[in-house]
Design a protein around this ligand. Structure first.
Ligand code: NAD
Length: 347
């Protein structure tokens, strides 16, 4: 895996990086939580020689207004094109900070230090950067890679449990689309007994192999969207309720629904579908999908980036460990999966 340093000593890793790379200035972007919990773990020399930008935490900040504030701060500190931005945080900081760095003066270098499980196993690889716009997730953005990513599982120690859960959904997805052996390993453990170092290694290896084959998501990379066609739409619809879901919580439901459609349409064995449903329902609080919410998700599904000519195209499972992409599905398929889910999820 080029560009990624999975380290157990973030100070040593950063020291050797800065010994070999020089920049005119450094600026660290973080949110209020990573400023509190993660910034103290950085080496003193780097903290003392960098400017900092701190924004509020959360998905609600991932918008053009926050970008404007970040660009203003970069301009205020007179960063030139040889400056470096250091992104210290979860997927919001990584996606939005990378977007700001990649567009400031037509692009300056940036490194990422992902601090959530989700950003370590997923957002840190593949070069997708961007922001939400007019209620649509990741609607504006581009592909650019950081010059280096440093992954240190120590950061996970301060991560709220709900956030750890959310990231675990992407780990589950990686096993389901690409590696039955890895699925068997993780399902022998609860969230508390997972080996995070190993999971991070395995997940990054899977994502890296997929992204290397298809960097710009022309075809094969689409398998990474398993669970996301319906999951993203649920995430957007729930955002407007009093009980919004985290990304991974929505994807967990999306994976159950899309596994059901895989069983109906792609020959995913019934026993494997039931195995998936059982493990996900043991691991996640699965919210009901009320009728009013169900109607709200369809417009979002129509906005999905994988669709062509208004046809919904999903990535589905042939079996655990093997996925296919560009499978046309209908609203009727989705309705049936929701009916099954509502009837059989734990009450
Ligand atoms: P996040 O960045 O909002 O972080 C979640 C919460 O954890 C925040 O409140 C944050 O302040 C806090 N936090 C982060 N690290 C912490 C730590 N070590 N200790 C304590 N608190 C900590 O969200 P996320 O779940 O990391 O990422 C979600 C975002 O990632 C979404 O915007 C999603 O679209 C994006 N994403 C991008 C890709 C990609 O390929 N680029 C892939 C998946 C998701």
């Amino acid at each position: 895996m080029h560009n990624i340093d999975i380290t157990n000593n973030i100070s040593d890793s950063l020291h050797s990086f800065f010994l070999n790379n020089t920049f005119s200035q450094k600026i660290i972007l973080m949110d209020s939580n990573t400023a509190l919990h993660c910034f103290p773990l950085l080496p003193v020399e780097i903290k003392n020689t960098s400017h900092t930008i701190i924004i509020e935490s959360g998905e609600k900040e991932k918008n053009i207004h926050t970008c404007q504030y970040i660009w203003e701060q970069m301009t205020h500190h007179q960063l030139d094109r040889k400056a470096l931005m250091i992104l210290l945080g979860g997927g919001v900081i990584g996606d939005m900070g990378g977007f700001c760095a990649a567009t400031y003066k037509r692009g300056i270098a940036f490194i990422t230090i992902p601090t959530t499980l989700l950003s370590q196993v997923d957002a840190s690889i593949g070069g997708k950067l961007g922001i939400d716009f007019q209620g649509l997730k990741n609607h504006i953005g581009l592909f650019t890679n950081p010059i280096k990513t440093f992954i240190h599982s120590e950061f996970l120690k301060t991560l709220p449990k709900r956030e750890l859960h959310s990231g675990f959904a992407e780990v589950i997805k990686h096993t389901l689309i690409a590696d039955k052996k890895y699925w068997n390993e993780i399902t022998q453990n609860t969230l508390e007994t997972q080996n995070w170092e190993k999971n991070i290694q395995n997940s990054l290896a899977i994502k890296s192999e997929i992204v290397t084959k298809d960097p710009h998501e022309q075809n094969y990379r689409k398998i990474l969207n398993f669970g996301h066609t319906i999951g993203h739409a649920l995430e957007s619809a729930y955002l407007k309720t009093n009980t919004p879901l985290l990304h991974g919580e929505a994807i967990a439901i999306g994976m159950v629904l899309e596994a059901f459609i895989s069983f109906k349409k792609c020959g995913l064995p019934r026993t494997e579908f039931l195995e998936i449903f059982k493990y996900i329902q043991q691991t996640f609080p699965l919210s009901p999908i009320e009728a009013s919410l169900k109607n709200k998700i369809f417009p979002y599904i129509l906005q999905d980036k994988k669709n062509t000519n208004n046809n919904i195209q999903a990535s589905l499972l042939l079996q655990i460990g093997k996925a296919v992409f560009d499978i046309p599905i209908t609203f009727q398929d989705i309705e049936s999966s929701i009916e099954y889910y509502n009837a059989f999820r734990p009450h």
